[in-house]
Design a protein. Sequence first.
Length: 574
Amino acid sequence: MTKRPLRSARWFDTDDLRGFGHRSRLMQMGYSLDDWNGRPVIAIVNTWSDINPCHAHFRARIEDVKRGVLQAGGFPLELPAISLSENFVKPTTMLYRNLLAMETEELLRSHPIDGAVLMGGCDKTTPGLILGAISMDLPAIFMPAGPMLRGNLRGEVLGSGSDAWKYWDERRAGTIGDEEWQAVEAGIARSYGHCMTMGTASTMTAIAEAMGLTLPGASSIPAADANHIRMASESGRRIVEMVNEDLRPTAILSRNAFENAIAVAMAMGCSTNAVIHLIAMARRAGHDVGLDDFEAASRRVPVIANVRPSGDHYLMEDFYYAGGLRALMNRLRGFLHADTITVSGRSLAESYANAEVFKDDVIRPLDNPVSSEPAMAVLYGNLAPDGCVMKPSAADPRLLKHAGPALVFDSYAELKQGIDDPDLDVTADTVLVMRGAGPQGGPGMPEWGMLPIPKKLLKMGVRDLLRISDARMSGTSYGACVLHVSPEAHVGGPLALVKTGDVIEVDVASRRIDMRVSQDELDSRRAALPATQPRFGRGYGWMFSRHIMQAHEGCDFDFLQTGFGPAPGEPAIL
């Protein structure tokens, strides 16, 4: 097979004034001809920043990746990208996922790049980087940040996010005081790395591995483990080989690869955010994956990763010691397309061959799942004609078939102001509804979907309640939360028509969600809806509000879902 010419040669190998300019400016930075001449140029897209604790170690890891690139004969160049720290960005990093995707694509397109290492892990960085890499379609490998170490509270294990919700409710209920709350605050996140619960970060890095975009076993390694350093260097070595082999995302990301990712997500007890990101990534790659694919998988694939919040005790560090994702996939092999290719150049089956489970209570046998309920359920009905999602494995079973009167909040601010009112008209049968938090309404579909339980009920011992919104929720969250109601209220979806007192019925077994309101009454309410106002008047938000798609479509921009690769659309270099 004829070796494909290096793309970077178009910058560096031409005997003209432009080539002179490119070479002389590299020399300006202290490089010599031997540093780049004939070598694949590898972009290391780094989402490090001073305000992203999940990626705090990337400042060091960049050197580990560069070392691997150099060892394999490549020329590494670090290209910083927007960091998207889940903990700090408001109103939500989801508003900027597509910005990172566009930035990644354009960084690779506009620079003399032959292949890329994508450094991410905090929630939206994984799908953002991968979306951009799919669209550009240069050889690319994803290097996951890895989960942080277990949290600790006076000898008890703490899980990021999940235990924060739990202890916050206890503090609101008056069962713990300031001293214990401050101990939680100080002990819940003890190292760099992303959430060590089965939140969105761990879900998405596992999905990246299941799709074939990471080295085998890479997604499970804790950020603070020395194996993570070795994995970073190996990622650098492997990307050089991938450029020489011309192994691109479109050769890896078949429909079967996405079906593998969905199956693994279900077995992991995944974050509901996986639905939106996987749909977007699949459609970027030309595959029409939708909610029904998740529903079909959820009915077949049991939850076997006993990791919080679906699990009862363990965290990602335990999952790694128990064998990690390779062991889970080996146990799950009957549900996987084993012949899909990975960035290693070998099949997925080869990546998990001979992987052992070392602790069956962490990675359960198929006949002893973590929950009798699925990781995900997709519900349809007159409240969500385009679908919505729920995580039954993390909900109180009594609420999986439930009907009750709605208590409606029109915004997160209204909810926050009223939820702890001691005179709030609410019982354990009430269905909390919050709207105006979808892709357009949020804006950006923030993680507001784990609506707080009213203080009045917390003091009565209630710890779960049926809650419905067009928002998302953190993957570390739990409870009977119905999310991603589509179409959202802001664009006139049926959620906009619900009134306090309307009876809402959810039947997870039947996959139904309905409000018991006549069609004539709904038509009358729709006619009375006020016109919605644009959320932005300028800038990126202006573009976002005009082009963002709904949750069941992956929340991608409508102008980004088709077309990929540097040719034929890539302009000539002048």
